[in-house]
Design a protein. Structure first.
Length: 193
């Protein structure tokens, strides 16, 4: 299945997709899923990204749609509005106790990792053209590290951080997902603004 067929597949599955012919939109976002009043919708920016890359972004957002479809999305946000808390916390509109901080961080990691795993499984199941499991996992691990870094440093990140030490990307256990960044990971983390 190629990119256009994937777009068609997701639309047939009940989710609208709006593609921007730009590199980014809404701040630094490349892809986003929204539970809008008029129904679920995915926004995706494609300009300047390789097809393999924006196909990966689309698979991730499709993962969020699948969360929405089976109510995981509603359940997790009813426990903790992590995304909203994150936005208000990094802009210093709210302060968090260590327990609240941990809860919001872990909820965000949980929901993003779950979306990554759904996207990963779809990439394989739908036999996406040139889908590379290793590259997908590497990018997913890098994204999780970015989230951790952001919660650690109270700063937003720019798309992704290259973490060059990932040699054997694999599916994380839940303990590994929630674990703080290791010294080695921090040393290999380089932010480009
Ligand atoms: Zn996401």
């Amino acid at each position: 299945m190629n990119f256009d067929e994937l777009v068609k597949h997701i639309k047939n599955d009940g989710c609208r997709i709006h593609i921007y012919r730009s590199r980014m939109f809404i701040g630094d976002a490349v892809g986003t899923f929204q539970d809008a009043e008029c129904g679920p919708i995915i926004f995706l920016a494609t300009k300047g990204w390789s097809k393999a890359k924006f196909t990966r972004f689309l698979l991730h957002e499709y993962g969020h749609y699948l969360q929405w479809k089976d109510k995981f999305w509603h359940n997790i946000w009813s426990v903790c509005e992590a995304e909203d808390i994150w936005q208000r916390w990094i802009t210093y509109k709210i302060e968090l106790t260590p327990i609240e901080h941990q809860a919001a961080r872990n909820s965000q990691l949980w929901s993003e990792w779950d979306a990554e795993m759904r996207g990963y499984n779809q990439g394989k199941a739908l036999n996406i053209y040139r889908f590379n499991s290793k590259v997908y996992l590497k990018s997913a691990l890098s994204y999780m590290a970015s989230i951790k870094w952001g919660w650690e440093n109270r700063k937003s990140w720019n798309i992704s951080i290259p973490i060059k030490h990932i040699k054997n990307p694999r599916i994380l256990t839940i303990d590994e997902l929630y674990a703080p960044l290791t010294t080695k990971e921090l040393a290999a983390t380089k932010f480009i603004k």
